[in-house]
Design a protein around this ligand. Structure first.
Ligand code: ADP
Ligand code: GN1
Ligand code: MG
Length: 359
């Protein structure tokens, strides 16, 4: 273990029997490590260096997570994340270099999948994120703090995109002219959920807002074990959560696939996810909200493609990239996926109606 990491681990109440820290997972935001326990039978831990540039208000972020995990424990028992406190009893630690760290119990015997492998997994994912929203419907107290203001606000995201285009600091706009046209051709329609919200047609709820399929852990039997990555749990619309899962679940290729010909839709995963999600949410969603789920499946690939493209134009300051042009490749793949979803839109609506009929 790096000397610095062992010093950080030592700040948390682990019992002092942890020897190493190994990088873990494929998230785009934090630095995540698994910390095995040398004591037989002792729990392993998950250590994260919080991306402080993305999450500027760490105390508020961690207080949101404390409230969410405490509340979920009432409903979900062991199916929720457990924060490990520091020796001083806080839920995060700031080191001398200014980095923020937090620790969770490592959930053993379960793992996440960047791509689903079976319809059973897709169904379990739908149930897990559906339950997550249902359980948070009675979160007591004030609304959660917006950890990233306007996170899914497509108008704000379009504004940021147009702003970076004006200066084009790295001279990259020319090579993405097609993608820029693609965005502008859809820009007027995309704020539909915002308009419905402002008109009072759909309610703001407590949503997860990062329901990527790899943010649910599944056990060896394929049962959903825990929803993770709680940083963006805050007020939002249910169409956001449904759409972001579908974005990562139905794609036949990776989120950043270079060969656009490989990108397509696997509709059995859509059907299974929708069934699981609606089984857990149909009792509290309003008809108007239910009707936004299909639109969410178009909005989220648009939004993510737009954010990847904006980050590419701005010099890759937000997402971790693994090679130059990675964000451009991610944007192109998301826009190709969106074209596939547009082509199958009426099928998605029919499958959703059928799933709603069954729940
Ligand atoms: P990021 O925001 O960078 O995606 P996550 O919080 O999603 O970070 O963590 C990255 C990965 O680590 C997750 O996709 C999941 O596979 C794994 N993970 C997160 N929390 C736990 C946990 N408590 N136990 C086991 N694995 C976890
Ligand atoms: C980030 O943290 P992670 O890797 O689960 C991002 C999401 C994007 C996703 C794209 C806080 O999710 O909004 O949808 O990458 N999270 C944040 O893969 O920006
Ligand atoms: Mg994640």
């Amino acid at each position: 273990m790096l000397p610095h990491l062992s010093a950080v681990v030592g700040q948390f109440r682990t019992g002092g029997t942890c020897l190493a820290a190994v990088p873990h997972g494929t998230g785009h935001i934090h630095d995540t490590f698994r910390v095995p326990n040398a004591r037989p039978g002792g729990p392993d831990y998950l250590l994260q260096r919080i991306n402080h540039r993305v999450f500027a208000r760490v105390p508020e972020l961690m207080d949101n997570i404390r409230r969410v995990t405490e509340h979920l424990r009432h409903h979900a028992g062991r199916l929720t994340l457990t924060l490990v406190p520091t020796r001083e009893g806080k839920n995060y630690y700031q080191d001398d270099g200014g980095s923020y760290w937090r620790m969770y119990l490592f959930i053993a015997g379960a793992r996440s999948y960047d791509l689903a492998q079976t319809t059973g997994q897709a169904y379990q994912g739908g149930r897990a994120f559906g339950q997550f929203g249902a359980w948070l419907a009675d979160l007591p107290g004030a609304p959660l703090v917006e950890t990233i203001p306007d996170f899914h606000n497509v108008e704000t995201r379009l504004g940021a995109f147009r702003e970076v285009l004006k200066t084009d600091p790295l001279g990259r706009a020319g090579e993405v002219a097609r993608e820029i046209d693609f965005v502008e051709a859809r820009a007027a329609e995309m704020p539909t959920l915002l308009r419905l919200g402002r008109a009072g047609t759909i309610p703001l709820r407590t949503t997860h807002n990062d329901t990527k399929f790899n943010n649910v852990l599944l056990d060896a039997e394929g049962q959903a074990r825990c929803v993770v990555d709680l940083d963006t749990v805050m007020p939002g619309y249910v169409g956001y959560d449904f759409g972001d899962s579908i974005r990562t679940l139905v794609n036949t290729a990776a989120e950043d696939e270079a060969d656009l010909g490989k990108i397509g839709l696997h509709l059995p995963f859509f059907e299974a996810y929708a069934r699981g999600f609606l089984e857990e949410t149909a009792h509290f969603l309003t008809p108007a909200e239910r009707n936004t789920l299909a639109f969410g499946c178009r909005l989220l690939p648009f939004l993510m493609g737009l954010r990847f493209l904006t980050d590419h134009l701005g010099g890759d300051l937000y997402y971790k990239i693994h090679f130059e042009g990675h964000n451009r490749q991610r944007a192109r793949a998301q826009f190709r996926l969106l074209e596939c979803l547009e082509a199958q839109y009426s099928t998605l609506q029919i499958l959703l109606d059928q799933a709603a009929g069954k729940s």
